[in-house]
Structures are given as structure tokens and as C-alpha cells.
Design a protein around this ligand. Sequence first.
Ligand SMILES: [Zn+2]
Length: 342
Amino acid sequence: MTSQPISPISKAVSPLYLGIDVGGTGMKIGVVDNDGKTIGFVAIPTEEPRGPSDAMDRATAAASELLASLGLSCQDIVRVGLGTPGSQDISKGMLIEPPNHPHWHNFPIVNCLEKALGLPVSFANDANAAAFGEFWVGTGKVYSSMVLLTLGTGVGGGIIIDNQLVVGQNSFGGECGHMIIDPRPDARLCVWGGGRGHLEAYASASAVAQRAEEELVAGAVSSLQKNVGAITTKLIYEAAASGDAFSLRIVDETADYLALGIATIVHTLDPGLIVLGGAMNFGGTQSPVGIRFLRQIEESFKRRSFEYVANGTKIEFASLGGDAGYLGAAGIARMDFMKLPA
Ligand SMILES: [Zn+2]
């Protein structure tokens, strides 16, 4: 359930942290040591309709069981990191209106988990936690700044500048997917909130599938014609890998949209590293299509950017997959723990 190697407890570097990543369907819970190594891991279903209090109780029970299996208890953990989908009020520890969690609105989740576990909890947006995971122990580990873009149902984001996670005044920091890249009145609609012209409306996996679908319905010549009505980015990737010119063009155009967003991120923040995570990676570095996708983003980004800052900016795929969230949540707990007075 985790792709991380499980490090033996005998080699764990103290102190230890608990990282909890709450998703739409599952919750991932990891015991993580001070070096970011996973000592133990368990995944349980979210069961969203049962509500957040029930979920935090079950997460606490699963964590206690996991710790017991390692010969540990909650007393061996110094701090917990919790990542959940937004919207949130991070400073108040509140869930506000997470769209995929309709039964979880306006809930004091941090207080609830702190009471259940008897431990202090650091709270983060799930995409920010994933960014922090890649920053701490993934693709960004040798950098002091980076921006993560996750290409999934939407385009998530997380920003770390000079070793600090950007949370922002309204707990909305890092929502790069809602950057406006198309100002036209008939620009594509964003999945959430209905804003027009957002990066997410062009470059999320669902938007890419929809763009392809629309062109196919309009008669585009492609081996994907037989799949009209059920286009996915996986199908686009497979067709592109077989040399389908239409699918390759969709990949290239997606790269170009992302480059527009990345140019703005780099001109605003100069992070030095852009990490692309999420399910849509067109095979990643294991595939010529994935490598082409990355190169196209780089070339398009360079054409639009100041040369010296573009030359000092790397664009790479994420390396932690679905584990970035719980690792990053643990990493944020560690960062908060280290800020406490000794
Ligand atoms: Zn949007």
C-alpha cells in the first residue's frame, strides 16, 4: 500500500512522527522517523458519509494498532501531521468546505484528532503536504525552494520558499491550479468554483481528456475514435506511445498550457525547481512520451521566460507517488516540532 521501503525500527532516528493523509476514499497513516524514513504504514478507508469524528476515531485506532505492532505507543510519537483536502482554516484547525467531503464541512478536525490521540497535531492542505513530502525526502530534497503541481482530477499545488511552506492568509496558498492562463470570456471552465481560464481547466487529467474528447467528436483523425465517450489520459498516453499524431499533439498542447503557468510561477517566486506529480505523467521518465512531455514543457517555458532564471530552473517528475502526502504531513509536524523552544 506504500511504495516506500519500510525501515526497521532498530535503525529509526528519533524523534518519531505520525503522518496522516486523508483522501476521498482512503486514509494513509505512516510512522516516520526524523530522517523521513517510513517505520510503519497502514491504510484504511475514509468512509466519508460516516463523518470526520468517526474517521478520526478510526484513524486513531489504526495508528495505535500500528504503533503496538512496532512495540511502540503514542508516547513514542512527538507530533502528528494531518493533511486533508481544502478548503480549510489552517490556523484554527478547521475544515471549511472540502468539496469531496460533503459530510465534513465546518468541522474542528485538529481538536478532534488531538483529543483522540492525546498528541499535538500540525495541519496542512493535502496538496501542500504532498509538496512538503517531495521537498523533504523526494525530488526536491536537495533544494531549499520548490513548487509542486499535481496533475490529477484537478491541478493541485504546493509552494516551499526558503524552506518555508506557503500557507497564506486564507489557507489558500499554493493553489496554482486556479492561476488564470486564458482571459477570454469563453475560456474553459474550472472544475471547482466555475472560474474561467484557470490552468486546471486546461491541464488537469480530466480537462485533458475532455479537450481530446471534444476534438474527437468534432472529427479529429485518431486511433482514439473508437474510444469516444470514454477518453482518459491513460488512453491518450497509450495512443501517443503507439505514434498516434493526434494524441501526441494533445500531450504537446498540455505541455504548453503547463508552461504558461510555470512561467508565471517562476517569474513570481523563482523556486528553482518545479515538480510534476499526480497520475497524469504520460509514463514519466520510463516512457518516451513522458520524456517528450517534460521536454516540451521545458522548451515552451524557456521561450516565455527570462533566460538566466529559466536556465536556473529544473522541471522534474515527482518521486514519492501517493506516499508524498503522509510523508509531507509528518515532515510538517517535524518542522513545527523543531520550531518549539527546547
Ligand atoms: Zn479554478
